[in-house]
Write a protein that binds this ligand. Structure first.
Ligand code: NI
Length: 407
């Protein structure tokens, strides 16, 4: 039953000018973290006049907008994140960031604009809707766990108040590494867990010429760096992979002093909860074991970040089938493997059925190896791809509601 999708791509296309304008307005004034007052105001302006019940967060500047169809039915949650990154922008765009040290380099401005566009498209079809669509505009994706903040603030209760519980949750993430207008996803793990560690190796300071009177932490730290890589290849199942990267080393002040401590810090990425627990425990054991072998100590601090983003199989397949229906079969790609980035959408998928899909936004004429990817200071996206993005948000909701058994 895909009749409900007829004409949808055109309806989304008719929103493109507004979507581009909203995206550029947000791009000009990127905001960081959980407090995004200007971005929230832009969203509220865009939703003005639509038949929505709008809730704003108090722990964060979120917006939750509820659209009720004329008939009761399933509740679908659609999400767009709103925050930018603390980095300079070097794109040279007319609408480049006007805020020093902040840039929408992950395309969350586009997510927010597409979600608002889909609200307009779905609101225009309100009379035919059988169920509820909840639009989740979320701050704080880049490390602050805004999705978790919204869940803790009662997102799912708000979403289902006076209606059915959420039975489908769907999010889009744009990426210029995929050709414009293509959609990619997969069942099971889509993105990795993202944890951080810091290791302080504590030895004994002294004169660099007489290391036997000291306890030099630097060779111990070096040994730990290498041993962590051996640990990954020898202790981790290649079919349940992990990445351990020591991204920072710091020790010492000058050439004739052995410092007391050396610091290592980095990230652990896995695509299963069990591998995550094992690898984090191994990092701790390897570091303290090697330090102890040299008569020193290692203090290991782990900061758990986002869990693995696990797409529900049926929901991911549903999103891909829907993308294939509205955009053409060759525009929906089933990914062979996860991506090792992290997402706080993972917290939502821990609680409700749903999925995330990637939307390709590679600008025309840019070769794959020349692409400035997400988080690059030169990242640019093809704004025309936002029309298929708007259509996909709306299509997932419409088709989910149409195919649910009448209750
Ligand atoms: Ni992102």
């Amino acid at each position: 039953m895909t009749d409900v999708l007829e004409g949808l791509l055109d309806e989304a296309g008719a929103q493109l000018d507004d979507v581009v304008a909203l995206r550029r307005r947000i791009h000009l004034h990127p905001e960081l973290g959980l407090d995004l007052p200007e971005t929230q105001a832009a969203v509220l302006d865009a939703l003005e006049g639509l038949p929505l019940t709008v809730h704003t967060g108090s722990a964060t500047t979120s917006v939750v907008a509820v659209l009720d169809g004329d008939e009761p039915g399933p509740t679908v949650l659609l999400r767009g994140d709103m925050d930018a990154l603390p980095m300079p922008e070097d794109t040279g765009l007319d609408f480049a960031s006007t805020v020093d040290g902040a840039m929408h380099a992950c395309g969350h401005d586009a997510h927010t604009a597409m979600l608002a566009g889909s609200a307009a498209v779905l609101a225009a079809r309100r009379r035919d809707l059988r169920g509820r669509v909840v639009f989740m505009f979320q701050p704080g994706e880049e490390g602050q766990g805004g999705a978790k903040v919204m869940l803790d603030e009662g997102l799912l209760e708000t979403a289902s108040k006076g209606a059915e519980p959420v039975s489908m949750a769907f999010a889009i993430h744009q990426t210029p590494t995929i050709p414009s207008g293509m959609v990619a996803s997969k069942g099971q793990a889509l993105l990795a867990s993202a944890d951080e560690f810091e290791i302080v190796v504590r030895g004994k300071g002294g004169h660099a010429s007489m290391p036997h009177h000291a306890g030099d932490p630097i060779p111990i730290a070096a040994e730990i760096v290498l041993a962590l890589q051996s640990m990954v290849t020898r202790r981790v199942d290649v079919f349940d992979p992990a990445v351990v990267t020591v991204a920072k080393m710091r020790a010492g002040t000058t050439t004739n002093v052995i410092p007391e401590t050396a610091l290592l810090a980095g990230t652990v990425r896995t695509v299963s909860a069990s591998a995550r627990d094992r690898v984090l425990a191994d990092v701790e054991r390897v570091a303290s074991g090697i330090a102890a072998a040299h008569g020193a100590s290692a203090e290991v601090m782990v900061v758990r970040g986002y869990p693995v983003t696990v797409n529900h199989d049926r929901a991911a397949q549903f999103a891909l089938d829907t993308a294939g229906t509205i955009l053409g079969e060759d525009h929906a790609i089933e990914m062979p493997s996860p991506v090792m980035g992290g997402e706080d959408w993972s917290y939502v998928l821990e609680q409700v059925n749903g999925a995330m899909a990637f939307l390709g936004t590679r600008p025309g004429g840019v070769a794959p190896h020349d692409v400035a990817p997400n988080h690059s200071n030169r990242m640019v996206l093809d704004e025309a791809a936002m029309a298929p993005g708007v259509a996909l948000y709306a299509a997932v909701a419409l088709r989910w509601m149409a195919e649910a058994p009448a209750g």
